[in-house]
Design a protein around this ligand. Sequence first.
Ligand code: DAU
Length: 344
Amino acid sequence: MSTAPFRRLLVTGGAGFIGSHFVRLALACGISEIVILDKLTYAGSLLNLEGVLDDPRVRFLQGDVADPDAVAEAIAGCEAVVNFAAETHVDRSLLEPAAFVQTNVWGTMVLLEHATRARVARFLHVSTDEVYGEVLNGAAKEDDPLRPRNPYAASKAAAEHFAYAYWTSYGLPVLITRGCNTYGPYQYPEKFIPLAITNLLSGQPIPIYGDGLQERDWLFVDDHCRAIWMVLLHGEAGQVYNIGASEHRPNLAVARALVELLGADPETIVHVADRPGHDRRYAVDWSRLAALGWRPRISFAEGLAKTVAWYCARQDWWRARRDDAFAAYYTRNYKGRASVSRSS
Ligand code: DAU
């Protein structure tokens, strides 16, 4: 991997899932200094930064991207910004949409404003393939229209529009990435793959929304981070880059693979009431990123096996995350989704 052309990098949301992996990658690539700004909501944790916080190149600040004072302190002296800070879970956005506007839209605005004043050389905004809405056929290209269909996706699309506006209006060198579904170690257990693994390890069933034939493209977290690093260093300002893996699977197939890897009973897959507005399929064309020289390195089979092995080995980590707050969320999200049937 190339080394960074800037000395000090601000990583917001660096104690979250993808953010913490990205911090490790940037350190391994020889970055001189990293400032991590993270609010430490339920999704972020210092447990995700084990082995990182002792590094003398890292400064950790607990703070909110929506707080201008916290951002002003964090961005001082930084030459580049990678914005991971976000509320990211679709189910939660259906329960509490306002929190998504506050962090994802207003928080991004505050960052853009301060990054413009600080004249940073790069501002990479981490977005999602969900901004295209469901892609029933083919694969979305970067210039396709955005048709977000849930509050999370709508907030990410709005944030992107502000980021792009800061490029065209104020010349802030903005880059946007739209990643597909990402999985791997340290992912908070509300998301489908870690929820399924930790449920199975706890003797609970895997809840499948609706018929389970919704399709996602699954990218291992290390590959996602390498893609962001590549775009940060070599992307063209003002451009959007899709990040895909070309590893599309229906949810039911993912659940069955996990049941097999963990030697669980196939009866532990249960169908429950569907997510409202559930997008049937996502798919992106990532040839623009491939032209920069990036390719995913980890196949889905390999990544899933690594992920299962990690959750089996790190029960200390995920049992600490499946705490009372998680239980309260779980009850709230799944209580209206009583089991519809066992999967056949
Ligand atoms: O596509 C990228 C996006 O992927 C990211 O931007 C989001 O932050 C991330 O949450 C993810 O969105 P999804 O809604 O696709 O991910 P989630 O893990 O929540 O669900 C994956 C699929 O599994 C989706 O079709 C819903 C289904 N599902 C999910 C859960 C939590 C179930 O069938 N049962 C469940 O209990």
